[in-house]
Write a protein that binds this ligand. Sequence first.
Ligand SMILES: [Zn+2]
Length: 259
Amino acid sequence: MSNRPQYIFRSGELYVLDDTTIPLEIPEEFAASVADSIDLDLAGIPSTAILLADGAQGAAPVGAGRWLRLREIFGSTDPSLRRLASPSARALGLINWHNASRFCGKCGASQVDHDKEIARRCTACGGVTYPRISPAVIVAVEKGGKILLARHSYRNQDMYACVAGFLEHGETLEECVAREVREEIGIEIRNIRYAGSQSWPYPDQFMIAFRAEWESGEIHVDPSEILEAKWFDRDNLPNHPMPGTVAWNLIHGIFNPET
Ligand SMILES: [Zn+2]
């Protein structure tokens, strides 16, 4: 037994024992599928994050544990599961980064772990690469008590979600929110207020959530991004993202409901 919690991931899912704890050793069934691992402090405890290869079918030993999406952990009301949210998001984000940082982006030589900090160092040019976090905004736009939701053209086409997009260089977060809504929906908004945030390590996103009000314009979607957008009453919502997602928190007023 290693006595180090082993945060094991497969296709974005975390392996959790049936008593909602993290295993202290990697099950034999998974050992041959390990693609990468990194030692980390997680929730103040020396731990290891492990990534199994894409498509690894290493089935859990019967009755010993289960695979969980992080949104099931973020959205859980079970405190023993909920306390895994922050360390498991950190573990997944860092193992994703570590696994994608084998080679130097400048010269292409191989990289090794930095000996003092969470970083990778190039064996040829000495360049140091730090973990990357990609900020993205998401916004709940309201008009006369209704909320704007849209179906995206490239994913989950049967689901209505909030407008979202990645921050671009040179923008403030508020400018990014206004641009995404203008580009995707064709309306102008005002009173953009911060509502909350959440790590979303798929593979390295950080979601910053806002609320805003419609100011002017009619819905006119960009068909390359949006299939359809509508205003919905909160008591008659269509199919939308599940509990644990930032969108669910925004749609249901979990984030800063009074502001
Ligand atoms: Zn290099």
